[in-house]
Design a protein around this ligand. Structure first.
Ligand code: MN
Length: 163
């Protein structure tokens, strides 16, 4: 009788320890709020409203004529209106935000979305009012010229487009 009791106690102990190990391994995995690419530096110019961060991943050169940056917007943050002579492609990697072309309704952006912005098309992109947004911005054909910055997206325009 004692033998069985000891046997089951040992089994129980082994199961318990295995359970602890599973927990330990879980804690060693990458936290969910960890981003795929670095957040980079806070953007310190007047081309954005609110707080945004950028990490340049590929700098322009004469072989590719393309720059690639990882951009993170805090809730409510957005670019000014602007246009790209060579167009732009956005790959949304996290959060929730909006993309809007002048004169059109804003489009909701979610993780996994791909946005192709035609050349010389006035637009803005940024976070949702209550949620941050991270996207990779690919700017190709830079031999045609770099981004042309325009006026800020006013609070009125932003709240109209994101409600
Ligand atoms: Mn753009």
């Amino acid at each position: 009788m004692m033998k069985y009791s000891l046997k089951y106690s040992l089994i129980f102990l082994i199961v318990l320890l295995a359970g602890c190990n599973v927990g330990k391994n879980k804690n060693e995995t990458i936290p969910q709020d960890e981003t795929l690419f670095p957040k980079g530096d806070k953007i310190a110019n007047n081309n954005f409203t609110g707080t945004a961060w950028v990490q340049m991943m590929v700098s322009n050169d004469s072989t590719y004529n393309t720059s690639i940056g990882n951009v993170t917007f805090e809730p409510g943050a957005r670019t000014n209106w602007h246009k790209h002579p060579g167009g732009q492609i956005l790959l949304v990697t996290d959060g929730e935000g909006y993309y809007q072309e002048k004169g059109k309704p804003a489009q909701l952006l979610r993780k996994g979305d791909v946005i192709k912005i035609p050349p010389d098309t006035e637009h803005w992109h940024g976070a949702a009012p209550g949620k941050g947004l991270t996207h990779i911005a690919i700017s190709p054909n830079l031999q045609k010229g770099s981004v042309v910055w325009l006026q800020p997206v006013t609070d009125e325009e932003y709240s109209q487009s994101t409600k």
